[in-house]
Design a protein around this ligand. Structure first.
Ligand code: ATP
Ligand code: MG
Length: 502
């Protein structure tokens, strides 16, 4: 008899339905898994064999054939253990195939029959919900699966518990709803002394979701400023939190099934590889740029990253998605991030200060800055020079605004934006494109004139031009003004990088 159980294969953030079919045929006893299993799936034979032995059953002395259909879709991950075991038990007549057909099953098996967590349960639950089925998952991931809403979740601790549940001997308790973590705030802006220009730029970046680069000597507070950003960004709304959690779910970083409303803030070390940043590797996992989806990707010490790695960010930064090409599939992950970068102006870091600069200045600065490619810099809307803090500011700092006050202004500006872009595929000014941008961000007469002159003098690229418009729109939003004026354009231009002289 052929028994089949539904499960899923993960392709990026998509869960594709997979049917696990089991057939027992006469012949020499053997156990084969076909249908493009990867190493972890092929090894599941041993775990399934041991788990079934652990519940006191012997495998039938037959040829056991397991097919994962569709057969041409690559299957990766350990979550195929449980559906394979259940298909086999159904074929043996131990489990009821009819009941099982109403569920999507995911979970890894231990040798003792325990069901261990595996990444991607939230996606499987959403898939089950769309198919109108229930979900069988590991007990530890019940709360995560419960986020999918209307789906019946059977969160089982072990194989025997699951079989008893389906037989009606001992029902498993319903999975508790997952918790929503309240947004955390990192360091407070009030502790940053001086640096008013950088703080203003940080506020604009937060309000409009713009990319930003801080250049300055060591110890001026660049890393500190960046770490204050999560505290002034508005929390994720419910739909966004689910989107971010889906990335967390496939990468296995969702602890305890808790969803969080804090925007992601990822700061990979500069030794990161291309696969670590954009995703990929032997098993396709989301990279840092996807883990930072709808949040902040902070690249500290920007020129120290490998150039090829930085340039691999160019396409995701523009498109908001990253496609990883594999030999047999294309995997797409979302990557709508705000890039915040920090760097020293030269290797010694003291370029502008004749007393401290090294003997090679300014030549070393050109070499150092050339490590970051022009096209990447062109994608950065706000270039800020962070000057060293003065002794006066350190000893007797003027009263500084706290993150709470700044975040209130940022939230107000974001509310204006979400109302404006309600009907289009953009959330913030940084995402506004083409006609939408032209409609809402075209400056008044004086602003237009200034922009035209500046575009000529600063040799702005077409991208640079639209990016100035977006920043000007955000500055106007922060001031709660409808029309973009000359002042807003002027401030936006002041944050633009000057094209190097040729
Ligand atoms: N403006 C500031 N106000 C208050 N404290 C500051 C300021 N700037 C720096 N500090 C203090 O100095 C420490 C180091 O600053 P930070 O790491 O931000 O420097 P940086 O600009 O990133 O330097 P580097 O270029 O070496 O990475 C901070 O943790 C903080 O304690
Ligand atoms: Mg630093």
């Amino acid at each position: 008899m052929i028994a089949s159980v539904s499960t899923v294969a993960y392709l990026g953030l998509e869960a594709r339905g997979v049917e696990v079919q089991c057939n027992l045929v006469a012949g020499l006893p053997s156990f084969v898994v076909v249908g493009l299993p990867d190493k972890a799936v092929a090894e599941s034979r041993e775990r399934v064999r041991a788990a079934i032995a652990a519940i006191g059953l012997a495998l039938p002395p037959k040829r056991i054939i397991l097919n994962l259909s569709p057969a041409d879709l690559p299957k990766e991950g350990s979550h195929f253990d449980l559906p394979i075991a259940l298909a086999l038990l159904a074929a043996m007549g131990v489990a009821d195939a009819e009941t099982l057909s109403g569920y999507v099953v995911v979970g890894e098996l231990g040798l003792d029959g325990r069901i261990a967590p595996s990444p991607g349960v939230l996606l499987a639950a959403l898939h089950a919900s769309a198919e109108g089925k229930g979900l069988v998952c590991p007990v530890a991931q019940g709360p995560e699966a419960a986020w999918a809403g209307s789906v019946e979740v059977v969160a089982a601790p072990d194989l025997i518990g699951l079989l008893n549940h389906f037989k009606g001997n001992q029902l498993l308790p319903a999975a508790p709803a997952g918790e929503m973590e309240e947004p955390g705030r990192g360091p407070d802006l009030a502790q940053v002394k001086g640096q008013e220009t950088a703080k203003r730029a940080l506020e604009i970046a937060a309000a409009g979701g713009h990319n930003m680069l801080m250049v300055g000597p060591p110890g001026a507070g660049k890393s500190l400023l960046a770490s204050c950003l999560p505290g002034i960004l508005p929390p994720l709304d419910a739909a966004e939190a689910l989107e971010v959690s889906m990335v967390g779910s496939v990468s296995g970083t969702l602890s305890g099934g808790r969803l969080t409303r804090t925007r992601p803030f990822r700061s990979p070390h500069h030794s990161a590889s291309m696969a670590a940043l954009t995703g990929g590797g032997l098993k396709v996992k989301p990279g840092e740029v996807s883990l930072a989806h709808l949040g902040v990707l902070f690249l500290d010490e920007l020129p120290e990253f490998q150039r090829a790695v930085l340039d691999s960010l160019r396409q995701p930064l523009e498109a908001g998605v990253v496609s990883v090409a594999r030999a047999n599939a294309h995997v797409t992950f979302p990557a709508r991030v705000q890039l915040i970068a920090a760097m020293n102006p030269c290797r010694c870091g003291h370029l502008g200060d004749p007393a401290l600069a090294c003997a090679r200045a300014p030549r070393c600065a050109a070499d150092y800055q050339a490590k970051v490619s022009g096209p990447l810099l062109d994608r950065i809307d706000l270039h800020v020079e962070v000057q060293p803090v003065t002794a006066a500011d350190l000893v007797l700092p003027p009263p500084a605004e706290s993150s709470v006050e700044v975040s209130a202004r940022v939230a107000a500006a974001r509310t204006l934006q979400s109302a404006r872009y309600r009907d289009v595929a953009a959330r913030t000014n940084a995402e506004a494109e083409g006609e939408v941008l032209a409609e809402f961000a075209t400056p008044d007469e004086a602003g237009r004139k200034l922009l035209a002159q500046a575009a000529e003098a600063m040799r702005l690229s077409a991208r640079g031009y639209t990016r100035v418009l977006r920043v000007a729109r955000t500055i106007a939003d922060l001031a709660a003004v409808d029309a973009v004026g000359r002042m807003h354009v002027a401030e936006a231009l002041s944050y633009r990088r000057h094209a190097p002289r040729s």
